[in-house]
Design a protein around this ligand. Structure first.
Ligand SMILES: Cc1cc2nc3c(=O)[nH]c(=O)nc-3n(C[C@H](O)[C@H](O)[C@H](O)COP(=O)(O)OP(=O)(O)OC[C@H]3O[C@@H](n4cnc5c(N)ncnc54)[C@H](O)[C@@H]3O)c2cc1C
Length: 438
């Protein structure tokens, strides 16, 4: 198939980031009298939503210990809230429950949310947390939880539907969204800028800029742009950790139970917030078998077909296979027992739910950067990279920021995620969370 010969702006990847960037860029070009959506081509080797955005649990939260993540997330929630219908966004809120080891992190997160005006409340003390949760769910019974951050903004969105909502917004702006076009390389000028994007449908000459938003395929695009696969990292104390891999992979463990979705409702019959529970209370199956005596965690939400969620991801050892995506082997065989035991631990309504477990199209591999935080930056003079380190379905607002940067503005929100931080030591603080994304 022969496609466009030339485009001012080429966006690689039709996931949440590529499409959000294209949509917001189209709007900015129009508003500034500098062009329109017709100047933008989005390329995807498969279809919109074929990558991580179409498999994401879809949780939208602000529970981040790192100030820069928290502020960026606030801007992203603004975008979700701007058009809930098109984005299939459910503003049900989000609750993070933690054990003693997480108290100071969650308290710091709450204080920052207060400062930036993100609506949330903090409940401390085992009895107080229990009472708060029982007021929402009378059968709440989780043990060992001493702190609760209840975010009254955020919630979740339906993954594929929100991507298609963004695609439709792009099409409405006159953007071309081309499916089945694989990017295979880049032609460069002497100054390193990209003159053409090479694709399975032939080369596309680049008039202005390229944006790459490849999700789990980050390392492949990174390599095509001749970026280093191993880097040195300066820590905030000034030490240099040498020769670290730029990319690592984690398998996200997710699944669902097929139940009447309305069985998971709040005491007043309302839609339940997304719940994230971490505790060090021993976890048993309904049959009394010990699953773990260590700190464990799960998250879950009401979905169309029941209750969907996940647990801690697992590091992928050795080579990673991304095509087809997601693979059927991405979820560990031990996950269903653990997750269903944890659901039952949290509320008696989930007792016996193991029998309803279904390995739906859930779970998948994420690509993480060397410090597990996103890199949002120029990787060539005219190539902007959106490498979200698997944080990013919720980050729908990143595309709005990137669009402004492409047109010459500075983004205060994206600046902390520049690639240079690995060399300068301006790294993000690390929390006590067991997850690589908090
Ligand atoms: C199981 C799972 C659950 C998750 N849950 C959540 C969650 O609840 N909340 C949250 O915020 N985040 C979540 N994430 C993370 C989130 O899904 C990703 O960070 C985000 O979707 C990445 O978006 P993207 O647009 O960068 O990439 P993707 O959505 O992966 O899109 C990249 C696109 O690029 C295309 N592509 C790749 N290579 C090429 C090429 N060479 N040429 C052309 N096209 C190419 C692919 O086909 C794909 O469509 C989850 C991730 C996984 C795996």
């Amino acid at each position: 198939m022969r496609i466009a010969e030339r485009a001012p702006y080429v966006v690689v990847g039709a996931g949440i980031h590529g499409l959000s960037t294209a949509y917001h860029l189209a709007g900015e070009l129009r508003a500034r009298g500098a062009g329109s959506g017709a100047d933008i081509v989005v390329l995807d080797k498969a279809t919109p939503g074929a990558g991580a955005s179409g498999i994401a649990c879809g949780v939208v939260r602000n529970n981040y210990f790192q100030p820069a993540m928290s502020e960026l997330m606030q801007a992203c929630v603004e975008v979700w809230e701007s058009d809930p219908a098109a984005y299939h966004y459910n503003a049900v809120g989000y609750i993070a429950l933690g054990a003693a080891v997480q108290e100071s992190d969650l308290a710091a997160t709450f204080e920052r949310q207060e400062r930036i005006g993100y609506r949330s409340e903090l409940i401390t003390g085992e009895a107080e947390v229990d009472a708060h949760m029982r007021s929402l769910f009378p059968d709440w019974r989780a043990q060992g939880v001493t702190i609760c951050l209840h975010e009254h903004q955020g919630g979740f969105a339906f993954n594929v539907e929100s991507v298609l909502g963004l695609r439709d917004k792009c099409l409405g702006e006159g953007v071309s969204v081309l499916e089945g076009v694989e990017v295979t390389g880049f032609a460069s000028r002497d100054d390193g800028s990209v003159s053409a994007v090479e694709t399975s449908g032939g080369p596309i000459e680049v008039g202005e800029q390229v944006v790459i938003a490849p999700g789990p395929w980050a390392a492949q695009l990174w390599a095509m742009l001749e970026m280093p696969d191993r880097i040195d990292i300066r820590t905030p104390s000034g030490d240099v950790v040498r020769d670290r891999p730029m990319w690592t992979y984690w398998n996200l463990q997710e699944g669902e139970i097929t139940v009447d979705p309305l069985m998971f409702a709040t005491a007043d019959g309302g839609a339940p917030p997304v719940i994230h529970l971490d505790t060090d209370a021993p976890l048993y199956t309904d049959d009394g078998e010990l699953v773990t005596g260590e700190l464990w965690g799960i998250y879950f939400k009401r979905d169309r077909h029941g209750v969907q969620g996940g647990a801690s991801p697992l590091v992928v050892e050795g080579d990673v296979e991304l095509d087809p995506y997601p693979s059927t082997t991405d979820v560990d065989p031990s996950f269903p027992d653990m997750w269903c035991a944890a659901l039952s631990h949290s509320m008696s309504r989930f007792e016996g739910s193991r029998a309803q477990y279904k390995q739906a199209r859930s779970g998948g591999v994420g690509a993480f950067t060397a410090d597990n935080f996103p890199v949002f930056d120029y990787v060539r003079p005219n190539v902007y990279g959106i490498f979200d380190s698997n944080h990013g379905y919720k980050m729908i607002g990143v595309g709005r920021e990137v669009a402004a940067v492409l047109l010459g503005d500075h983004s205060r929100l994206l600046y902390p995620f520049r690639y240079e931080r690995f060399a300068t030591g301006d790294l993000h603080p690390v929390s006590s969370s067991p997850y690589p994304w908090s």
